[in-house]
Design a protein around this ligand. Structure first.
Ligand SMILES: Cc1cc2nc3c(=O)[nH]c(=O)nc-3n(C[C@H](O)[C@H](O)[C@H](O)COP(=O)(O)OP(=O)(O)OC[C@H]3O[C@@H](n4cnc5c(N)ncnc54)[C@H](O)[C@@H]3O)c2cc1C
Length: 520
């Protein structure tokens, strides 16, 4: 059976997490003894911890807490964790619980020239929340919860440290609304982190990425000023300042309030699955579907390697689709997809494969397991216009396969738009332990150059962090100077997230601290 339509509301798809950061992999050895990989930290000025404490905000300088707070899910950072290292070490963790607390910490850091790095769930996969120059890690998880709902307009205001699963659960139960943003890291990440990284949920073909869902932001700037952006639909009073902060990864301001579009809970759901003899034929079916105006919430195409690994489907490309919403729209959407899939020579696949994907889609344990066994595993998501997607998919997989040490490289297409989509590459390498960082750097270099030269973007939803910072110049061209000028105007002393987005020092991941062991 290819399709299934269900005219009852889809089941709430959540097991709830703890609503707190989840470390990607245990730090080897005593966390209190963890070493800084890059060793670029400056010590805190004398008496600064007391000054910070006098603001009334909770401050923690326990070595083990500092170490845990100084890393995220950057896959090469997970490898370093197995060697007892973190990328960099914060000098103090500050935990405000309200906007006044955020402002007080920012002002203290600005007055004393102390770097400040914003952290949410620390589920980022490129080191974006790593305090590269030490200083204060500003933990936003204490600003949590839904603060207001305008049910008539469908606007929900939420504090930035709210974890995704807790947010969506509360929104569904208390207000019968959904934002429809479902990143795989739902239980690991915060709403502020989604906005700061320009993230994408797995249902983005219907609901949009986070930049489509944000109607306004409250932001504390580097001098402690609180500003509000957005607020009214499609305003034409100059450039959109909300979008300046969406994707700014903590480098331009601290997001202290997020206002998002929400919709009534979907009354119906439909699913479909097809196999194709070629990836290109499936891409054509997806393109023609969305260009006819049908936007199934989920439209995921796996190349034969991934399809067989995940679903045991053999040597075919596998397309899984799911839509939710008004029954008439769901039926019409899946009808259009069916016509286009058949037109491109698809055959029916078992629709139960969609359920298999649903059951496993938030499972993040595999990565920890493989890294623990000594493999280097990473993913790389990019976007590109339809006209080059097929070639990019092939060329990047081939480029990764050509890197010495690669065991497997594959791709899937995970988000579709009118003009193109997102390709999500996965690769794994097996090399000697001492060679893991060099292998990882080589794979990223080769794959990123192939993407940029082939007409793709540097990132689709994971962002830039430290890992992709060396490529920002090439990716943005002359636009990078504009970004640097904006940074200088908003944060002239480089207080916020030094090094993020390539704004500030840009270490290569193969760089190491001169002593090999720097506690911040
Ligand atoms: C297993 C796994 C699956 C993932 N799947 C997805 C996915 O499907 N879709 C997706 O988009 N991403 C995904 N990610 C990446 C990651 O979860 C997202 O980038 C997420 O948005 C990060 O949120 P966070 O709260 O963890 O932020 P952090 O990692 O703590 O921070 C990320 C960046 O945001 C900044 N930041 C955080 N909060 C604020 C704030 N309040 N104000 C200003 N800046 C802030 C930080 O300074 C940093 O630069 C995945 C990660 C993992 C580990």
């Amino acid at each position: 059976m290819t399709q299934r339509l269900q005219l009852t509301p889809p089941a709430a798809p959540l097991p709830l997490g703890t609503g707190a950061p989840t470390p990607g992999i245990a730090l080897a050895g005593d966390p209190a003894e963890a070493a800084s990989r890059f060793g670029l930290e400056s010590p805190l000025p004398d008496g600064f911890v007391e000054i910070l404490g006098a603001t009334g905000v909770e401050v923690d300088v326990t070595p083990a807490v500092l170490a845990e707070h100084s890393r995220d899910w950057w896959p090469i950072g997970l490898v370093w964790a197995t060697e007892g290292q973190v990328p960099a070490l914060a000098g103090a963790v500050a935990r405000p619980t309200d906007v006044d607390g955020v402002v007080a910490v920012v002002r203290a850091c600005a007055t004393h020239g102390v770097a400040l790095t914003v952290t949410g769930g620390r589920s980022g996969v490129l080191g974006a929340s790593v305090p590269l120059l030490g200083g204060v890690a500003l933990d936003m998880c204490g600003l949590a919860g839904i603060s207001a709902v305008d049910a008539t307009s469908g606007i929900v205001s939420v504090l930035p440290g709210t974890f995704g699963d807790v947010f969506e659960d509360d929104l569904r139960r208390s207000h019968h609304l959904t934002v429809g943003h479902w990143p795989q890291s739902m239980a690991l990440s915060t709403v502020g982190g989604w906005v700061a990284c320009r993230g994408a949920g797995q249902y983005s073909t219907r609901y949009g990425k986070i930049e489509d869902l944000v109607v306004g932001l409250d932001v504390v700037l580097a001098d402690g000023t609180l500003i509000h952006t957005g607020g009214a639909p499609r305003a034409a009073h100059g450039p959109d300042l909300t979008q300046l902060f969406v994707g700014s990864e903590g480098t331009l301001g601290i997001i202290v309030g997020v206002h998002l579009r929400a919709r009534p809970l979907p009354p119906a759901e439909g699913r479909a699955a097809y196999s194709f003899t070629t990836f290109d034929a499936a891409l054509a079916a997806m393109r023609r579907t969305v260009q006819r105006g049908a936007t199934p919430a989920v439209l995921r195409l796996y190349d034969a390697t991934e399809a067989d690994r995940g679903f045991g489907t053999g040597d075919v490309a596998l397309l899984l689709a799911l839509d939710e919403g008004d029954p008439a729209i769901v039926a019409a959407t899946l009808g259009v997809l069916d016509e286009e899939a058949i037109e491109q020579g698809a055959t029916a696949a078992d629709v139960a494969l969609v359920e298999r994907w649903m059951q496993r889609r938030n499972n993040v344990a595999e990565l920890e397991d493989l890294v623990g066994k000594g493999f280097v595993v990473d993913t790389m998501e990019i976007s590109a216009p339809w006209s080059v997607l097929g070639d990019l998919a092939r060329n990047v997989v081939e480029a990764l396969q050509g890197v010495d040490g690669t065991l497997v490289a594959s791709t899937h297409q995970s988000h579709s738009y009118l003009d193109g989509g997102c390709l999500y590459f996965t690769f794994a390498g097996g090399v000697e332990p001492a060679e893991r960082t060099a292998y990882h750097a080589r794979a990223w270099e080769v794959a990123t150059r192939t993407v940029l030269e082939g007409g793709g973007s540097l990132s689709h939803h994971h962002g830039v962090g430290i890992g992709r910072a060396p490529f920002m110049d090439q990716a943005l061209g002359g636009g990078f100077a504009v970004l640097q000028a904006i940074k200088s105007a908003l944060d002239p002393t480089g207080l916020l997230n030094p090094g993020g987005l390539g704004l500030g020092p840009v270490p290569r991941e193969t760089d190491v601290a001169p002593t090999g062991d720097a506690r911040g």
